[in-house]
Design a protein around this ligand. Sequence first.
Ligand SMILES: C[S@@+](CC[C@H](N)C(=O)[O-])C[C@H]1O[C@@H](n2cnc3c(N)ncnc32)[C@H](O)[C@@H]1O
Length: 274
Amino acid sequence: MEPSSILFTVQPVCHTVSASSVVLSSVVSETCRLSSCPRATSFSQTVPVSAATMSGKKVTTEYLHKTFLDPNVGMVGTTKAYDDLAEDYNKIVSGFQYKAPLRVVEALTSAIGDRNRSEMKIMDLGCGTGLVGEALYAAGFTQLDGLDPSQGMLDVAKSKGIYGELLCAYVALGDEKLAIPDNTYDGLTICGSMGVNMVPPEGIYEMHRLVKPGGVIVNVVRQETVNEIEGFKDRLEPMMQQMEADGKWKLVSRVLFPDYLVDQGGVIFTHQVC
Ligand SMILES: C[S@@+](CC[C@H](N)C(=O)[O-])C[C@H]1O[C@@H](n2cnc3c(N)ncnc32)[C@H](O)[C@@H]1O
């Protein structure tokens, strides 16, 4: 079965939405079934993937862990690493069978119902080189802005000619708000940009601030980040739930999917702003 054919039903109106938690256990990644694949290991282990090379060097998950996920690297250090890798980023993630951007589009299109996609103003937060933007644009979301702290990644995104504004900034580095007015967007996507040395759980307050009431936020995070990583497990979801209890947004759906990366599952959180 094609993953894209497995969608979940949602109602795009705050007061009628009921949250659902769906496990797409029947979805099989193109390369392997997670439970039986010899490469299905923790992200922190060395897993050579021959298709992923950077300047002729093989890129392993161990390399990625040291460069991006070691807490000692910090958010600014990680930005430098993204700058250095920007030209090779698309090739590298394609080597890791990165499917998350497609899941973003599925979740957004499902959540907005029959709203006109081309009339919706969308912010792609942590847009990187624009993989999510490309998928959104192809699906008819043509009013796209992007934001990322890595100018190298933004330069690649800009070359695609699909974004309007591209802002070089951090979400939630300290208490400073982004230079974007409240309620600017009809939708916001963030894919693979919450985690160690990236957007922390507090980033959800800025995401919420930028989106109009009735707008939709789709946030794709690695399952490991949600369930196991210090600073995220026991924090990210309770903070999301507290925002719902405070009447700020409603959970539309929480979907687990296995093919975030070759050896990693993801979680798609879709919220509607109240
Ligand atoms: C794994 S990449 C994902 C990029 C893109 N969304 C994709 O799916 O290909 C993570 C991105 O998050 C960005 N990022 C890291 N910290 C951030 C922050 N505090 N605010 C916004 N973006 C951040 C990085 O610069 C990087 O481009």
